[in-house]
Write a protein that binds this ligand. Sequence first.
Ligand SMILES: *Cc1c(COP(=O)(O)O)cnc(C)c1O
Length: 420
Amino acid sequence: MIGKFFDIKPDMLKLDKEVMEICKPYFEKVDEVASYNQMKVLKAFIDNGISATHLVGTTGYGYDDRGRDGLDRLFADIMGAEDALCRYNFMSGTHTLTVALFGVLRSGDLMVCATGTPYDTLHGVIGIDGSHYGNLMDYGVKYDQVPLLANSEPDLEGIKAKCKDAKVCYIQRSRGYAKRKALSLETIKSISDAAKSVNPDIIVMVDNCYGEYTHTEEPLAYGADLIMGSLIKNPGGGIAPTGGYIAGRHDLVEMCGHRLTAPGTGREIGCSLDVMREMYLGVYFAPMITANALKTSIYASCLYEKMGFETEPRYFEDRNDIITSICAENAENVIAICRGIQAGSPIDSYAAPEPGDMPGYDSQIIMAAGAFTMGSSIELSCDAPLREPFIAYMQGGTTFDASRAAVLLSAQKVQDVRNK
Ligand SMILES: *Cc1c(COP(=O)(O)O)cnc(C)c1O
């Protein structure tokens, strides 16, 4: 059927069929998780009495904005949190993480990252890149990190040693641009338990980007005190046009509210303009959309593995984020994969991505993104830093059938490079 619409060669169409058959049982597991999460989301809408009046916006200061406060409350319940900020005012995942870290940490406090070097854009936020744009270290926050062991396991003894005097133990759940695995909820619990065994007051913060709805629970049920993420990834369901969330302990969320707006003003300000309907709709669709992204990941892992590439995770492995790392072996393959994904995207399908410089990143990056929301990575996208070991990070896919076609187009482009 795909062959009727797209220029895929017969041997690739045959491989697609085989891969679909192999993936069936794993797709079923994804559907079970999505089904549970969708009920959870619906129940939270009902329990919070979300009504048509929540969907309309306000202007100006936004005092007593029902839509804004209702969304915070709704999202807290979905995440299993005491409290949450779920707002379009967060400009990106990095901004959300920044608000959370500056909200919680004070001069003289120690932050320990338990999962090695954090995501590229956090280097400037913490100050480990030597920059001085008013980062945490500029304000006197101390920083240390404990590298992950082989096979992406946390170094629990190392974490205990460094977390004794720390204010925050920071965990990055997803892999970022690193050759590591995403952390399971059980692993997050083991890190939290280790940190709290030596320091019961330590605040465990989890960068939950890409991890939402991959399981029936979120890290707050596994020892985290605060979780943060982006709404143009999983929890915005491909519909929220921008934004982020911070969820967890009430006292900590309040502190973040004072950092998001102004100290002393806090969370009770911030009009909702005209985005509330999209925010609620996105939150409502998110479990199902994440399931489509997970299926795309399983399919891509299996397809590329059958073509002889190393992938992480493999198609049958448990997933804790929606990313598929494809070890593409060289720059030419990386570019071919990205161009194939772009060619199979609903928006800007005619564009051919080129590697270029990006703010916050050290090496050149190539990005395929043919998305309705600019930069959205819950929509099918693929990006890669042009550096050894040439891993292409593919993620998203709001609609499995369309994403399958795009992944197949990328595989065909790689095959064409090989046959050249
Ligand atoms: C995407 C991501 C971020 C940052 O989000 P941006 O929206 O790109 O600023 C941080 N951490 C992880 C693990 C991510 O995947």
